[in-house]
Design a protein around this ligand. Structure first.
Ligand SMILES: *Cc1c(COP(=O)(O)O)cnc(C)c1O
Length: 383
């Protein structure tokens, strides 16, 4: 434990912004002079660049990732009386969006080592009210889209991708967000592509869906004071669009670094008995928004405090499967044993592009020491 006292934050937005500071300030400075803060060319330029990056025909900037999901569902005609199938393991916003669109969320269990929806269970949840599947690419790893698209086609369902954690990920060569009827992104600051505030986008190849989302985001119309449908105020502002456009240029390089860090964790963790690394199935190129390990021996919460005592910040994504939260208890239908067993065991390790190999090795050495039951000895040496 020569590395005593090293600090490893969970994520690091400060160093990311230090690199971009002068460029950011220059574009924002111009914007203050132009007086254009909502819509305008900055938003259009970013939308075009983001659609290109996602390999889709259209991208529509919106206020946040939750709204992206709500507007996509509404644009696809999903609402009151409809059921939408989604994984029980996700950020709560996935389920909130279904409820905000007026529909009923139906939760499906996940696969043990990818933490994504178990596509073999989807059909057991289909009823005559089912209208759509929300395919979540959790932790940055695309879920099994081949099966989802096949089931959707056969059963006449729509597919909305929640790619809020998966900017730039690929599934058998195709970009996350580009495969369903619509793909939804969040630009919350800590996401792989994050704004300096809130932001989101819907991407699609369907011109009708794109037009409907454009209307829904801005009071139901494209032209000022022409309201075709009741809409929302869910616009992406120009300052966020300009920041996102700058950061988009670095997204692929940052994702490659995240993948390299994940490979180092994979290698170091595979040698530790009782800790399970996440699995990346064949053909999938995840972007490791989060690196989630599973603690099979010992107590996850105890390990988390042990790491914190040694300067390593970790997270839990998420403490409860959504159907076990008070907010969604009324939508509980059936147990989801895999997600329920995983929840108390998962631990998200530090993950961001600027992580150093010495930091990765320090984290892994603490995990190895803990797993070997050396908590007391490790403490004695480090303190
Ligand atoms: C962040 C996130 C959202 C919501 O995005 P906001 O921009 O915070 O509204 C939705 N789904 C998932 C999986 C997310 O991680």
């Amino acid at each position: 434990m020569g590395a005593a006292g090293m600090n490893v934050p969970f994520t690091d937005l400060k160093s990311e912004h230090r690199l971009l500071r002068s460029e950011l300030l220059a574009v924002w400075d111009q914007m203050l002079d132009s007086g254009s803060f909502i819509g305008g060319s900055a938003v259009e330029t970013f939308e075009k660049a983001f659609a290109d990056h996602c390999e889709t025909r259209h991208a529509i900037g919106v206020a946040n990732g939750t709204d992206a999901l709500v507007l996509a569902l509404k644009a696809l005609g999903i609402g009151a009386g409809d059921e939408v199938i989604l994984p029980v393991n996700s950020f709560v916003a996935t389920a909130e969006a279904v409820v905000l669109a007026g529909a009923t969320p139906v939760f499906a269990d996940v696969i043990p080592n990818t933490y994504n929806i178990d596509t073999e269970l989807i059909e057991t949840h289909i009823t005559k009210r089912t209208k759509a599947i929300v395919a979540v690419h959790l932790y940055g790893q695309p879920c099994e889209m081949g099966s989802i698209l096949e089931i959707a086609k056969r059963c006449g369902l729509r597919v909305v991708e929640d790619a809020a954690q998966a900017h730039g990920a690929r599934y058998h060569g195709r970009r996350a967000g580009s495969m369903g009827d619509a793909g939804c992104f969040s630009f919350y600051p800590a996401k792989n592509l994050g704004a300096c505030g809130d932001g989101g986008a819907v991407v699609t190849n369907d011109a009708m869906v794109a037009q409907k989302v454009r209307k829904l985001r801005d009071h139901g119309g494209i032209t000022k004071y022409q309201h075709d449908i009741p809409g929302h105020n869910s616009r992406l502002d120009s300052m966020q669009a300009a920041a996102l456009h700058l950061k988009l240029a670095r997204l692929d390089a940052c994702n490659t670094l995240r993948r390299q860090h994940a490979a180092v964790y994979d290698r170091l963790i595979s040698a530790i008995d009782g800790i399970v690394a996440p699995e990346e199935p064949e053909g999938i190129r995840g972007v490791y928004h989060l690196y989630v390990a599973r603690i099979e021996k010992g107590d996850r919460n105890d390990l988390q405090s042990f790491l914190a005592e040694h300067g390593v910040q970790t997270g839990i994504h998420y403490p409860l499967p959504i159907h076990s939260t008070p907010a969604f208890a009324s939508f509980y239908r059936s147990p989801c044993p895999v997600a329920e067993a995983n929840a108390p065991r998962i631990l998200s390790l530090p993950m961001f592009a600027a992580l150093g190999d010495d930091q990765l090795e320090y984290v892994a050495s603490l995990l190895a020491g803990y797993a070997a039951g050396e908590r007391r000895q490790v403490r004695a040496v480090v303190i």
